[in-house]
Design a protein around this ligand. Structure first.
Ligand code: ADP
Ligand code: MG
Length: 690
């Protein structure tokens, strides 16, 4: 994607620096041409430094900026200040170019330029030209451009391109600066105009300029008393990748109101009001900039004024920001010039961290994922065909299928169904869900037991007494043999692992043990084949060496005798033919050897895997069968004793034991089911790969 190329990362922000690095906001100073430049006060150095000509004095000053634009053409200003930001915006980076300075210093001239002279056109028309040229060039992308033009006058938002101004159908709700996650800052109800050509875009710009002038005349105010934000909203989608991803960026071109101090204007009435608003918004802009430049501050007061709120995601942050400080060169304006330069140097301390604004189109993403799911289903059905599995459906289970699974689980748990055969992952999930349901139902049916079991904080009555009492009583009552056995096993020490491992291999671990045995057999068979092939390869190699030696001998004899001589019974042509055949045989055998070697390694891996599985399953079986019950019984007994008499205890104990045994059986059956599942998965795996 173009946006990820470092070469297109805006030059102004960092010359070739890494995109991931934070960098300074770029700041330029542009001096309005004058015949009376204050050489005695201001000295411009070629490296972007402006300093006091009489430096060394107490009040001396100096500012180092990105560049000083003095007697520089509009074309060069655009190239140095704006072009890299425009390129960045086309690559998905937000960008802001902002002109700041006192009235008449050349902000509007820099931003819009002269509307009469093509040569003196400013940054906005040049940016529009470049954007549409790039749209033509970047044929791999479909790029859409929308324009908006916002004016902020005395904290009122004005849409300079509003098509609704005389539309009675939709009364204006009033524009508001808003923020939404994923969308950032935007102006509700500010009109956005799609444009497809430079000409259409310029028409809109001129219309906006006209509206600005008309508006200021109608309201009897000076057009430079307002802030203007011309925004290009750019969206770029790849034409090649049918991707849900797209990049979107905003390029804000900002012409700020004059920054002169209130006191100096000495004004009153409306002009005073305007000046107050401007001063307020610019000083909040300055505060926001100071906060942005201060790493220790995590709050930046953006919402104080409409201007700072509207520019919230366009100053520093992930945005390429450039400031042009417009100043007069005459001595009479030195105070305002220094004030502008101070603002500029503060702006320079703001760090930005430009990042591409990548978005995902949800509708496209859904379509893409649906396609992917379809493809995977097809892939799975191919796999099934290859391993001769009955055709499996990957659709969600129907109600009838769910009901069937529920009945299977019921029958499985009460013992009337020996096993549940696995047909699909969905079915396995449904079976698990049924087991869970069964478990929950059991808990609801037997609340006292469940509670006791969960609390496990019974009174500290001697466990031994209860154990012996329960044993003597329980063994005397008629209990099924299996239950007695289970109960007795609670008090007996567990058997050693080696004792029961063989039993486990024949019972619960039978399946995995069989798989292990089969794998071992295959491994042995493959190993013997490997040995056989190794021998064959070695034999052929020896024959090749022999034949080569004989041919060499022939050649030597020929060389020494200087004539063509054939050795008796072994014509040379036959030897060469034989050598060729041997080499072909060698290659063939060698290939077979290589593939058998790979198979041996793979079988070895499977055997190891099965061994680990067998042992881990044995461990958990051992724990469940011989160790777990003791704890459970203990808890149950202890927690119940505090509230009942001994007879009751014994009765309770026997019913608790039955409950426990039933539960124990259920758990075991669930375990067996899980084991079956894992075994089937292993078998399935073997089928595919073996
Ligand atoms: P601002 O917007 O800062 O109030 P303007 O851009 O309107 O100031 O400039 C005031 C006047 O100065 C305009 O007539 C403009 O043409 C002229 N001017 C400003 N800067 C330059 C420049 N660099 N070259 C030529 N004329 C300029
Ligand atoms: Mg202006």
């Amino acid at each position: 994607m173009k946006c990820s190329k470092t070469s297109t990362v805006p030059r102004c922000v960092s010359d070739g620096a890494d995109t991931a690095q934070r960098r300074e906001v770029s700041v330029f100073v542009r001096i309005r041409p004058t015949a009376n430049f204050a050489h005695g006060l201001i000295e411009c150095l070629p490296d972007g430094k402006l300093q006091d000509s009489k430096k060394g004095q107490l009040s001396s000053w100096s500012f180092r900026l990105e560049g000083v634009l003095q007697d520089v053409s509009q074309e060069e200003v655009y190239a140095r200040v704006c072009q890299p930001v425009v390129q960045g915006a086309l690559d998905g980076y937000n960008g802001t170019v902002m002109c700041f300075g006192q009235t008449g210093a050349g902000k509007t001239y820099t931003m819009t330029g002269s509307t009469e002279s093509y040569k003196q056109r400013g940054i906005i028309p040049r940016a529009l030209q470049e954007v549409f040229r790039e749209v033509e060039k970047r044929t791999e992308h479909s790029i859409s451009v929308h324009l908006s033009y916002l004016e902020i006058y005395n904290e009122t938002l004005v849409d300079l391109l509003s098509p609704l101004q005389d539309s009675p159908q939709r009364p204006p709700r009033g524009m508001v600066v808003m923020e939404e996650p994923g969308r950032g800052v935007f102006i509700r109800d500010l009109s956005l105009h799609p444009v497809h050509s430079e000409e259409a875009a310029l028409s809109l710009l001129f219309e906006g300029e006209m509206n600005r002038i008309i508006g200021s005349h109608a309201m009897n105010r000076n057009s430079s008393r307002s802030h203007c934000i011309f925004t290009l909203h750019i969206e770029s989608r790849s034409q090649i990748l049918s991707d849900a991803k797209y990049i979107a960026s905003k390029l804000n071109l900002v012409d700020l109101a004059g920054s002169e101090r209130l006191g100096k204007t000495g004004s009153e009435g409306q002009i005073l009001k305007e000046a107050t608003y401007i001063n307020k918004s610019l000083s909040f802009l300055e505060q926001a900039i100071l906060a942005l430049a201060d790493h220790r501050r995590d709050h930046v007061p953006f919402r104080q004024t409409k201007l700072t709120h509207a520019l919230k995601d366009s100053l520093g942050g992930n945005c390429n920001t450039v400031l042009v400080a417009n100043v007069y060169g005459e001595a009479a304006h030195i105070e305002e010039t220094l004030s502008t330069l101070r603002f500029a140097s503060r702006m320079k301390c703001v760090r930005s961290d430009p990042a591409v604004n990548e978005h995902i189109d949800p509708a496209l993403q859904i379509r893409k994922l649906q396609k992917e799911v379809q493809m995977l289903k097809e892939e799975l059905s191919i796999h099934n065909t290859l391993v001769n599995r009955p055709s499996t459906t990957y659709e969600p289970l129907s109600e009838a299928q769910q009901a069937e699974i529920s009945s299977q689980v019921q029958r499985y748990l009460d013992g009337s169904l020996k096993e549940i055969s696995i047909t699909s992952i969905r079915q396995v999930h449904a079976v698990f869900a049924q087991f869970k349901l069964f478990d929950l139902n059991y808990d609801t049916l037997m609340p006292s037991f469940s509670q006791n079991k969960r609390q496990g904080d019974g009174s500290p009555v001697s466990r031994k007494r209860v154990e012996s009492a329960s044993k003597s009583k329980l063994t005397s009552v008629q209990m099924p043999e299996r239950e007695q056995e289970c109960l007795l096993s609670v008090s007996r020490p567990p058997p050693s692992k080696s004792e029961v491992f063989e039993d486990f291999k024949l019972g619960q671990g039978n399946k995995i043990n069989c798989i292990l045995k089969e794998n071992k057999a295959v491994l042995l068979e493959r190993r013997s084949l490997l040995r056989q092939l190794t021998d064959e390869v070695n034999t052929v190699k020896r024959e090749i060496d022999c034949t080569t030696a004989v041919i060499q001998q022939h050649n030597e004899i020929q060389e020494t005798q200087g004539q063509y001589l054939l050795m008796e019974g072994e014509p040379e042509a036959t030897l060469l033919l034989q050598l060729r055949e041997l080499k072909a045989l060698y290659r063939q055998r060698y290939e077979a050897l290589r593939s058998i070697k790979a198979e041996v390694n793979y079988c070895q891996h499977l055997v190891d895997q099965c061994r680990v599985r067998l042992l881990s399953e044995f461990e958990s079986w051992y724990k469940n069968t011989f160790l777990l019950p003791e704890d459970e019984v203990e808890i149950t007994l202890d927690s119940t004793i505090a509230h009942v008499s001994l007879d009751n205890i014994i009765m309770l104990l026997s019913s608790a034991e039955s409950f426990y045994n039933a539960r124990c059986r259920t758990l075991k059956r669930v375990c067996v089911f899980f084991l079956n599942c894992t075994s089937v998965f292993i078998l399935f795996h073997l089928d595919i790969d073996g």
